[in-house]
Design a protein around this ligand. Structure first.
Ligand SMILES: *Cc1c(COP(=O)(O)O)cnc(C)c1O
Length: 454
């Protein structure tokens, strides 16, 4: 019971009590002292507001809870019930088991990251992925960096620093998290030469913009929006023809970039890297952790001569991926080459391709479990919902899904959302039309939602 007249204990007194001594034995002493001070700070503020001072045992309980949960600013596992499969804020693609195993193996041991095992001489980390990328995209050569933004930066810095890059006004994208094509361009020292209008760009617009300062023609996949209505765009075959005629490389930033045609799994069509290479793009850039379903990485594939120039740019040294990324990406690429059932092997594809009947079944199992954790007055039902692929892939095509809709007559939806975010582990849903939804698209097992709601 809080008692207004009880004195606030000292850190020393708390840590000498049996409960405190047990904590000091389990954690680094300075960490326990710091956490105890923080809890006592809260107690002091509550006491100043007339709240009274709880007994020592209760204060120590709070210290223990805080030590066990750690800071919320730490990276923690969360349950993705947002309905967005590739959610940038939640770390995008879940990895395949093979990729996880490769990552752990590389983390624990030495690896031939830059060692040619045959000759014993220094090797090249890009060579470790080159065969797989060649086989999967048909491109002559490849280089891998830390993300696709870095890939675009490296291409522009290498090929267009101080010169002009021709881009359609309809393709000057901004991606969440401050990736704006004009800003990346400015950072690389390339000059943006916008052509056409927001809704219409024609082949002649490109031709008229080409001059002695032109370094390359850039096409950007409008991954997070579509321009509809009275529109015109120059498609890749035509742009390639313009580039060839002018002797200029054509670069395409595909964003997500699928390695396989997703329509085989009943999904909407996204550009396939191999097709863009075959169409004649000289370089294509795409992300490792979007539709590909691997770790964060930026992949550049294309003509050997251009890739060679990218690889020898000093900036490449600053953008290179580490052994963990290469291990996980290599294992993911091998699945594309070797697995007889890609959707079974690759969680991203499996999640995207799950039939609604399966989501419905997970929902029916999860509803009573969640209702039991929530307590009295809550209504939990399975409803139809619209999810999305996420990370800019097929943005205007909703991904039909099923969700648990959770209502309480006296608790607003955003309060329910906050309660799930505070759960162990946190569950991230969304509020839609005033209702809190837990989308089941990325939830494999009903028990994942049966969390401790405190
Ligand atoms: C996602 C995206 C990027 C940025 O890729 P990251 O891997 O997030 O750095 C760049 N261009 C396009 C078209 C994209 O869709």
């Amino acid at each position: 019971m809080p008692n207004p007249r009880r004195a606030i204990p000292s850190v020393e007194r708390l840590l000498q009590a049996p409960g405190g001594a047990a904590l000091a034995a389990r954690y680094r002493r300075e960490h326990v002292v710091e956490t105890t001070r923080a809890v006592l700070g809260d107690v002091r503020r509550a006491a100043a507001d007339g709240g009274g001072v709880p007994p020592d045992d209760e204060i120590l309980d709070r210290v223990r809870t805080r030590l066990e949960t750690g800071s919320s600013a730490r990276l923690r596992r969360v349950v993705n019930a947002t309905g967005v499969v590739l959610h940038t804020n939640l770390g995008r693609a879940p990895l395949a088991e093979e990729a996880i195993a490769a990552l752990v193996e590389a983390a624990r041991n030495g690896v031939n990251l830059e060692l040619d095992l045959a000759s014993g001489r220094r090797g090249d980390r890009d060579a470790l992925l080159a065969d797989d990328l060649r086989a999967l995209t048909g491109a002559e050569a490849s280089v891998v960096v830390n993300n696709n933004a870095a890939a675009v930066l490296l291409v522009l810095d290498t090929l267009a620093r101080g010169r002009e890059v021709v881009v359609s006004r309809g393709e000057l994208i901004e991606i969440g998290g401050a990736f704006r094509m004009p800003d990346i361009m400015a950072r690389s020292g390339a000059h943006l030469r916008e052509v056409g209008t927001t809704n219409r760009t024609h082949a002649d617009d490109y031709r008229a913009a080409i001059g002695p300062d032109t370094a390359l023609l850039l096409k950007v996949h409008t991954s997070n929006y579509r321009i509809v209505g009275f529109t015109a765009a120059v498609d890749l075959p035509e742009l390639v023809a313009i580039g060839r005629a002018a002797g200029l490389p054509v670069v395409e930033d595909l964003g997500s970039g699928a390695l396989v045609d997703l329509t085989a799994w009943g999904l909407p069509r996204e550009p396939v890297v191999r097709e863009r290479v075959a169409t004649g793009a000289d370089l294509v850039t795409f992300s490792g952790d979007k539709l590909l379903g691997g770790p964060q990485a930026g992949i550049i594939v294309g003509r050997r001569e251009l890739v060679g120039r990218l690889a020898s740019n000093p900036l490449r040294r600053a953008l290179r991926p580490d052994k963990l990324t290469i291990a996980a990406l290599g294992a993911t690429l091998r699945l594309y080459r070797e697995s007889p059932d890609l959707a079974a092997a690759l969680p991203t594809l499996r999640l995207l391709a799950r039939p609604l009947a399966e989501l419905e079944a997970v929902g029916r199992m999860a509803a009573p479990l969640v209702a039991a954790r929530l307590g009295d007055g809550y209504r939990v039902e399975v409803v139809a919902a619209d999810g999305e692929v996420g990370s800019g892939a097929v943005p205007v095509v909703p991904l039909p899904s099923r969700a648990l809709a959770i209502d309480h007559p006296d608790v607003p939806a955003d309060r329910i959302a906050a309660r799930f975010r505070a759960a162990r582990p946190p569950v991230i849903g969304r509020v839609h039309d005033g209702r809190f939804l837990l989308d089941l698209r990325a939830v494999f097992d009903a028990r994942e939602l049966a969390v401790d709601l405190g």
